[in-house]
Write a protein that binds this ligand. Structure first.
Ligand SMILES: C[S@@+](CC[C@H](N)C(=O)[O-])C[C@H]1O[C@@H](n2cnc3c(N)ncnc32)[C@H](O)[C@@H]1O
Ligand code: SF4
Length: 418
């Protein structure tokens, strides 16, 4: 799919936004993402913006110990930039990296700053990602007491050899134990992340992972096809022939297995890679991303979007902290989204939702493509007749190809359940 992200224009030093971006902000839902860029080791498949202690070295301002203060500095800057009234924050999502490498009090201090500056909606969803080996019951109790009410554990697989290939550090039973501990600590919502299609994973391995995830009792499961990212150790191992890349047909079968197992267990899909037990268990923060909402991304490399302006921060924790210490915005570059880009993004994101895409968003070429997709069994014909483009199960396997067709980019109908 063609990249829709240009290099961007330089962001102003004070972080100011064009006045048009702030218009109507008080009427739009507002979320905050906090990126914690630290991991104990880097998993072989991961190219997220995260650093081990060794990689960071003694760089000033880049340590875990000073991270919360830098992040709070950006929260205060965000309040100054968003001078117009905003809606109280409806979702906060702390992701990584490994947020749970920080003490709960540090994560709580950033949350308090968000609350002090913007206010939290009374029913705000407050999530953190957590690595299973990095928490215990006491840690989870403290996190809950700091105001977190949703937690997402990176389980990935129940099989030791798959975890070893992925270079994950936790033991196979630990994520399931984490779910029980999080429930006992009083978290309202608990997610498990799974990855399918790792080299050497069999159908039985994947089924065992799904069964173990369901048995653990989360109310949300995310299942992602393994993406072989350039520059990772996994990509190098595949290039050298040490490991074999996942095959599209195998990935499609694994996706169907996920849908079958999760729906039999009472989960329903609401985005191609996400299933929830009930509507209240859907991740409202991610829904904000997928429906073009406003969010401020705090932290190194974090992306933000407010009123059609998107910007992204300096990537390295030292560069990020240094800018804030100088009173300069950590934003490195930005782009003002034009109507065409916004339309393309809307199609790419909303088509992946169970509620689908409003047919009115498409031009004539797209409408004709939607008709063909219905005839091919890729979108639901009754929904299309009612003005919505909603993927069928087969359409979910081919979501990227359907998007290309709707946008008039040509379709090669390659399996794309990721
Ligand atoms: C970046 S991690 C951050 C949270 C936490 N450190 C963890 O690993 O669970 C968020 C999710 O992205 C997944 N992820 C990262 N790289 C991926 C890849 N190349 N393909 C599929 N999923 C990936 C992780 O496995 C994890 O479930
Ligand atoms: S623990 Fe999570 S963020 Fe860290 S390297 Fe592994 S997948 Fe990436």
């Amino acid at each position: 799919m063609p990249s829709i992200l240009p290099d961007g224009e330089p962001a102003p030093a004070d972080g100011a936004l064009p006045p048009a971006a702030l218009e109507g902000a008080a009427e739009r839902a507002f979320g905050v993402y906090v990126h914690v860029p630290f991991c104990v080791t880097r998993c072989g498949y991961c190219d997220f913006n995260t650093y081990t202690a060794e990689e960071l070295g003694p760089a000033p301002g880049a340590s875990r110990a000073t991270y919360a203060q830098a992040a709070i500095g950006e929260v205060r800057l965000a309040r100054r930039v968003l001078s117009a009234p905003t809606a109280p924050v409806s979702t906060v999502f702390v992701g990584g990296g490994t947020p749970t490498l920080l003490p709960p009090a540090d994560l709580g201090a950033v949350l308090r700053a968000v609350e002090d500056e913007f206010g939290l909606a009374p029913d705000a969803e407050v999530t953190t990602e957590a690595n299973p080996e990095s928490v215990d019951r006491r840690y989870l109790d403290e996190l809950r007491a700091q105001g977190f009410n949703r937690i997402s554990f990176g389980m990935q697989s129940a099989r030791p050899h798959v975890l070893a290939t992925l270079e994950r550090r936790h033991t196979p039973g630990r994520p399931q134990a984490c779910v029980a501990e999080a429930r006992a600590a009083g978290f309202d919502h608990v997610n498990l992340d799974l990855i399918y299609g790792a080299p050497g994973e069999s159908d039985d391995d994947w089924q065992a992972s799904l069964d173990a995830a369901v048995a653990a009792g989360p109310d949300h499961v995310s299942a992602y096809a393994l993406i072989v990212e350039d520059g990772t150790r996994l990509a190098a191992q595949i290039r050298r022939g040490v490991l074999t890349a996942p095959d599209d047909d195998v990935l499609a079968d694994r996706y169907l297995r996920a849908e079958e197992t999760l729906s039999a267990a009472g989960f329903s899909w609401y985005e191609v890679s996400n299933w929830a037990r009930e509507e209240s268990a859907r991740c409202r923060h991610n829904l904000l991303y997928w429906t073009g909402g406003d969010w401020w991304g705090i932290g190194p490399g974090a992306h933000s979007h407010v009123g059609g302006v998107r910007w992204w921060n300096a990537k390295h924790p030292a560069a990020y902290a240094e800018r804030l210490a100088r009173g300069v915005s950590p934003a490195q570059a930005r782009e003002v989204l034009d109507a065409q880009t916004r339309m393309v993004e809307r199609v790419m994101l909303e088509l992946r939702l169970s509620g689908g895409l409003d047919l009115g968003v498409l031009d004539e070429v797209g409408e004709a493509a939607a008709g063909r997709a219905a005839a091919d069994g890729l979108v639901v014909a009754e929904e299309l007749a009612a003005g919505r483009v909603v993927l069928t199960l087969r359409g979910r396997l081919l979501a990227d190809a359907v998007v290309r067709d709707l946008l008039g980019w040509g379709s090669d109908l390659v399996s794309s359940a990721s």
